[in-house]
Design a protein around this ligand. Sequence first.
Ligand code: BES
Ligand code: MN
Ligand code: ZN
Length: 499
Amino acid sequence: MEFKVKTGDLTTHKTPCLVLGVFDRRKLAGAAEAADRASGGQISALLKKGDLDGEIGQTLMLYDVPGLAAERVLLVGCGKKKELTRANARKVVACAIGLLQLTHCGDATLALSEPLPTDADLYAALRDSVLAAQDKVYRYSQTKEDKKAPKTPLKRLTLWVGGKQETGAAEQAVRHGHAMANGVALAKELGNLPGNICTPSYLADKAQQLGKDFKALKVEVLNEDKMAELGMGALLSVSRGSREPAKLIIMHYKGGKSDTKPVVLVGKGLTFDAGGISLKSAAEMDEMKYDMCGGASVFGTVLAACELGLPINLIAVVPSSENLPDGAANKPGDIVTSMSGQTIEILNTDAEGRLILCDALTYCERFDPAVVIDMATLTGACVVALGKHPAGLFTPDDRLAEEILKAGDAAADRAWRLPLWDDYQPQLDSNFADIANIGGREAGAVTAACFLSRFTKKYRWAHLDIAGIAWVGGKEKGGTGRPVALLTQILLERSGVLK
Ligand code: BES
Ligand code: MN
Ligand code: ZN
């Protein structure tokens, strides 16, 4: 979708559809009031008929409204004025876009920026609108005929803002939002692709493609021989049980000065997790195609950074493998040697994410990183602890925790910190190796993070467990593209583009 910013007189603005907000009890929002005046009170007169009282989720399409150059006027319910939060404002936009997709408009103008949500400035409100709009129009179609595809899909959205002095912030919001949304869409699409298409080699090809699309991006893919040379015994032990060769995908984005340390993002790219010999049960096992969503979010963030040309150095590392049962697969009790030299007793082959991540994390030492953040659909326990709303955040670094939590709030893509105290470390003791790959029944998300912490001593590091947020199940099953917005926010701030 294409986005534009527009200011000035709305009444003379030509558009197939002008979208206006109506609060609870038919109170017109800022732009709607002006439009109503221009129409000689026609809009408020129609509202008096009672077909829309302003609840969120309601819409009413009006035609031939006098005094306006717009062909149609779409009224959308915005709820109670005092309760117009960012979260509600996003629902309003999604609702408007959903209806527009059922029409033949193809192009529309959203005039919903007055008043702003109670907890947002113009930049945040408009960026949210772009993300909510793009989120709503995303449709998966690679392996299925999209029978319900809109006949006239929305191709262009104009965002109207009141004052001319505001267009700078508005245009920046739209540019950033658009790039973030493209990153989100890429992450969703990669997540939604089935395991038999989206294999480690597929992801590697995708990375190579990105490298061709953007000059600032150099892509490197390590094959299993190369990983063996590096001593990545943990990662390779997982892929040994699969016929698809593992790949270590590395993307270097150079947008900053050559002497500035890179931000390194690491994403779990497990393209299908059957559990290995510790086989998962059948129910919902298909959803384990989403076990590469950490990697997908890294791809999406790289795309956003490239599109924005951010002045930052960024390195993305995606260890990618399948986890399947096979004669050569890991067996409970097997001991492998990681690249760090630490030996690992594999007590449960389904705790494979940490095995592929630990070698990728050791590999990151060579980049002399400013910070390393890893994203992984790592534990069901994190979903039990936090549900489906925030990512679980783990880091020994309080300042880094604060930075990430704040960025999550700013991007409406939140995380919540859980402890990473040494008190939990003994749960990983093994009689036969330096460390066990599981820590027992209690605090599974914490012990998984504790495991990773043993491999990240040489740099500032944070871990995001995204098992609860990377996709939704049920009837609306699909990838969410999270936490691309959070990660892009961090890059926008670290690069100095946003204060
Ligand atoms: N990919 C899974 C985690 C997962 C499970 C994410 C369900 C989302 C929904 C991971 O590889 C895994 O299997 N973890 C185990 C760890 C356990 C064996 C210590 C888990 O969470 O059950
Ligand atoms: Mn697993
Ligand atoms: Zn997994």
